[in-house]
Design a protein around this ligand. Sequence first.
Ligand SMILES: [Zn+2]
Length: 202
Amino acid sequence: MSITALGSSAPGSTGARRGPVPGPPAPAPASSTTAATLLLNATYEPLCVVSSRRAIVLVLAAKAEAVDVTDDEVHAERVTVAVPVVVRLTRYVRVPYPVQVPLSRRAVFTRDGSTCVYCGGSATSIDHVVPRSRGGTHTWDNVVAACRRCNHTKADRSLAEMGWSLPHPPGAPSGAAWRLLGHRTVDPRWHEWLGMPDSVSA
Ligand SMILES: [Zn+2]
């Protein structure tokens, strides 16, 4: 999608309009499904997820423009604003990203498809491939999703001792979508901006 096509989303065309009734300065979206907004850089690169309230403040301050909005509206500062699903910063911000995606239980489960890497069953725990008691590190290349049974069976032994193997070497994930995994849910309407297939959030 070209910048030109998206550039038509000027602030005046994105839902902000004059309303007859002055409202409270702090808008509060009523629907919990619209409580989060994907924030894009001026380059349309996904940056992070912010509260819809924060996104509306950015739009009202002309620091961001709505790219996609919901049917919900909030009254704020004498204007009625459509609650945004996706907003884009009007000015580019340079953001230093962590070199690696933070390691978390949730992120490991997502990387491994919530499947035990040893038996293919449903993963319920995190296993250190080289046990921590034997110097294994808590790093992306040494943690995998595992079912409780495999984890318990393996205990403090190495894969060689067990005669087990991994389908592929574990590693740190990368990509825009991973920066947002810390958020509890990924709105399907964000997918096109995240380069995610619809199945990822399931
Ligand atoms: Zn297993």
